[in-house]
Structures are given as structure tokens and as C-alpha cells.
Write a protein that binds this ligand. Structure first.
Ligand SMILES: NC(=O)C1=CN([C@@H]2O[C@H](COP(=O)(O)OP(=O)(O)OC[C@H]3O[C@@H](n4cnc5c(N)ncnc54)[C@H](O)[C@@H]3O)[C@@H](O)[C@H]2O)C=CC1
Ligand SMILES: O=P(O)(O)OC[C@H]1O[C@](O)(CO)[C@@H](O)[C@@H]1O
Length: 384
């Protein structure tokens, strides 16, 4: 049986990527710092993926176990030595922290194992695997750096499945939406995994996904938060929010259609399908999860600022994206360390400096001015 070593036994790890490997007859070793999850994986050796549908169908996931990367380094290195795939779903900010251990594993592996290792970061970030590769390579000695080409293949990917926060403390089971898409960029044949779609150019797929699914979701989360809505589906019942999502996705859509020569009717259908996915009340997806880590989400290459900048470059509208960015700047969830940090930054440095530092926007640019105007309008509780 082939092996997959997956870093991050959280929602996407167990509910999506690990599950697909298991269903494709791989043995799956999850690597995580959460002791309770690791212990349960090792004692139960199985869990259920539950579909968020009226019927709540169950899929049993087997051949799984766990390792704690803080406490079981040697075992993780040994597993990397014999795995076919090494995947992550851990959050883009955590990738630099797991890279040193992966580098140790690769260093040992290439001494004895000539089989190719396939590395894929499954994160909501453009070129996440390239970033992971850079972090790993920084931790390799010169000799290993010379031999990894051809022995380790780093593949970028886009992952799309809504897996909300789980409300089943003490259980490994994961509630997921039925829909999923896992697209991997590869220019040669790679070992097959059920549900993995291979493409030669990921850019249109990841941009379409990030600037539709994730932009739309972020708009609902931040506007929903401002209007005291607890969940995404509750927020979408508010017509002003629904209209704002449509208006914002029309802006990202115009950019995507122009950039990738997409069929406008098909893209509109894609948008509608995604909004229907967001409406799934079985997911009970809280706005604070979807809006989490606002500093990351306001980054220059992320779901809000990047499409606004791209739209501006080709003279397309970004009025509604500017509103979305302004509402993200108001996200003030006290349980979210990035939200707390962002609010302190705004207080101490002012909005213009934050837009420059966090979003990479020029202080005097038109987009900065538009965001500031919208930010102030929200502050004085004008309607959107
Ligand atoms: N939940 C979702 O619907 C989707 C999430 N994603 C992306 O997947 C990634 C993971 O997201 P989720 O599964 O939702 O998060 P999660 O919080 O459920 O899972 C992350 C896991 O990583 C573990 N972890 C954190 N730091 C670690 C470290 N230093 N070493 C080892 N393990 C560590 C945590 O204990 C947790 O089990 C993120 O990049 C997210 O953007 C992408 C598509 C959908
Ligand atoms: O996982 P992130 O990047 O924090 O953002 C949450 C977003 O990712 C998803 O979890 C899935 O793509 C969406 O639910 C949401 O748009």
C-alpha cells in the first residue's frame, strides 16, 4: 500500500485531502501538534466524513494514523523516507515552521530512496508549494540541494471544499460540503489519487477559485460580522449582503474573464453555483472562521487586494472590492490574534500606513483613497 504523509490533521486534512488519499488506497499518516487528534487517530484508526446534506451521508475513512511533529521527529523523518506524497493543509503562515523537519526528512530520504517524492501544499494561497519549497531548500545542505532535482517534485495546487468549524469535541468525524475540487499543476504523469484533477497551467484555476469562492466568502464574512450575523447562511439572508456579494463577484469576474478569456455565461454560472454552496445551512459556518486571519486575507496577493489591483490596472471597476477591503479592516474578533493586531495597528499607525504595510498599497493611490472613504462611511454607520 502506498503512503501519504499529510501535515495538518484539521478540517481540510481529515475532511478532504487525507480522505481522498485513504479512498485511493493510500495509508495516511497525519502529522500535527494536536495531541488529542493524534492519539485518537492512533487508537481508532478510522473516522467518518459526514456530508452536509439533508441525508447526512457518512463516508468511513480508514488506514489512518498520526504523528506529533514536536514530539516524534524521528518517526516523521522515517515516514518521509518512504512516502509517495507529502501534502500540507496547515495554513500558509505555518509552512515556514514545518519546513525544517521536512528538510531533515528529505535529506535522509535521498540517501537511500531513489523513488520520487511528490510535495503539494494545499493552502488558500497562490503558489503555496513554491513558498514551501523555498522554506525547505533554505534548510537543506549544499549536497542535498544538488540532488533533489528530479527526486522531489514540488507541485502547486488549488483546493476547494468548505469544511466549517466542527462542533463535535472529542470526535475525529468531520462535516464537509459534498462539493470538492482539488486541482494540481503537473506536466508529467504522477501517481493517481481519486478526485485529483491534473492541469498543465494552474493560474486560471487558482485565480478563478481564490477570486470567486474566497473573495465572495470574505465579503459575506466581513459584512456579516459588521451586521452581527453569526453564520454565512444567515448573513446571505440579508439582501444588502447578497447584493454586495453579487456586485463584488461581478468585479472579480470581469477581471477573470478578461485575463483568462473565460466565457462570460459560464463564469456567471460558476458564481451562482458558488453562492448556492455558501447558502448551505447544514454547514453552520461561522463568519469568524471565514473572516479569520484578516492580515493574511488583506495581503497584496490575496483574495481582496489582488483582484482590486488587477482590475485597476486594466481600467475595470473595483468599487465594491474597495468596500470589501474597508469592511475587512473593521473585523474586530477578539479571539482572532490577527484581528486584534490589525486593530492595534490601525489605532497606532493610522489607516493609510496600514494599507501600505499590510496591503502593499501606495499611500496616495486612488485605491487607498477609495478604501479610506469606505472605511469612514462604515465608521459612521452609513448603509452600504
Ligand atoms: N476549511 C476549509 O474550508 C478550507 C481551508 N483551506 C485551507 O486549508 C488550510 C488548513 O485549513 P483548515 O483545515 O480549515 O484549518 P484547521 O485549523 O482546521 O487545521 C489546521 C491544522 O494544522 C495544525 N497545526 C497548526 N500548526 C501546526 C504546526 N506547527 N505543526 C503541525 N500542525 C500544526 C492544527 O493543529 C490543525 O489541526 C488553510 O491554508 C486553509 O486556508 C482551503 C480550502 C478550504
Ligand atoms: O481558509 P482561509 O484562507 O482562512 O479562508 C477561509 C476560506 O477558505 C475556505 O475555507 C474554503 O475555500 C472558505 O470557506 C473560505 O473562503
Amino acid at each position: 500500500m502506498n503512503l501519504a504523509v499529510h501535515f495538518g490533521a484539521g478540517n481540510i486534512g481529515r475532511g478532504f485531502i487525507g480522505a481522498l488519499f485513504s479512498q485511493s488506497d493510500y495509508q495516511v499518516i497525519f502529522v500535527d501538534i494536536a495531541d488529542d487528534i493524534i492519539q485518537q487517530l492512533n487508537s481508532k484508526k478510522r473516522y467518518n466524513v459526514k456530508l452536509a446534506t439533508d441525508g447526512q451521508e457518512n463516508i468511513t475513512i480508514e488506514n489512518v494514523s498520526g504523528l506529533n511533529n514536536m514530539k516524534q521527529e524521528e518517526q516523521v523523518i522515517e515516514a518521509i523516507g518512504r512516502t509517495t506524497y507529502l501534502t500540507t493543509a496547515i495554513g500558509p503562515n505555518i509552512l515556514p515552521h514545518i519546513a525544517p523537519l521536512i528538510a531533515k526528512g528529505i535529506t535522509e530520504r535521498v540517501k537511500t530512496n531513489s523513488e520520487r517524492l511528490y510535495v503539494i501544499a494545499c493552502e488558500n494561497q497562490i503558489s503555496a508549494t513554491d513558498f514551501l519549497k523555498d522554506y525547505i531548500v533554505e534548510n537543506l545542505d549544499e549536497e542535498t540541494k544538488k540532488v533533489i532535482d528530479g527526486k522531489v517534485l514540488f507541485l502547486n495546487s488549488a483546493v476547494d471544499r468548505i469544511v466549517p468549524m466542527q462542533h463535535n469535541q472529542g470526535s475525529l468525524d468531520v462535516l464537509v460540503e459534498p462539493y470538492y475540487e482539488w486541482v494540481v499543476e503537473a506536466r508529467e504523469e504522477i501517481p493517481s489519487v481519486e478526485g485529483m484533477k491534473i492541469v498543465s497551467d494552474l493560474a486560471p484555476y487558482i485565480e478563478r477559485k481564490l477570486f470567486t469562492v474566497n473573495t465572495g466568502h470574505a465579503v459575506i464574512a466581513y459584512l456579516g460580522y459588521l451586521k452581527n450575523k453569526a453564520t454565512i447562511h444567515e448573513a446571505l439572508n440579508d439582501n444588502t449582503i447578497l447584493e454586495q456579494v453579487h456586485a463584488t463577484l461581478a468585479e472579480t469576474g470581469a477581471y477573470l474573464i478578461k485575463r483568462y478569456n473565460l466565457d462570460a455565461t459560464e463564469h456567471q454560472q460558476y458564481i451562482e453555483k458558488i453562492i448556492e454552496r455558501f447558502k448551505n445551512a447544514h454547514l453552520n459556518d461561522v463568519v469568524t472562521r471565514v473572516g479569520r486571519s484578516p492580515i493574511r486575507k488583506l495581503g497584496p496577493n490575496d483574495r481582496l487586494v489582488r483582484p482590486a489591483l488587477e482590475a485597476a490596472k486594466v481600467n475595470l471597476s473595483y468599487v465594491n472590492l474597495a468596500k470589501a477591503i474597508a469592511s475587512a479592516l473593521h473585523f474586530n474578533d477578539e479571539n482572532d490574534p490577527e484581528a486584534v493586531k490589525l486593530q492595534i495597528m490601525i489605532k497606532e499607525k493610522g489607516l493609510q500606513a496600514v494599507l501600505n504595510e499590510v496591503c502593499g498599497l501606495d499611500k496616495n493611490s486612488e485605491i487607498t483613497q477609495k478604501i479610506i472613504r469606505n472605511y469612514k462611511a462604515i465608521s459612521v454607520k452609513e448603509d452600504f
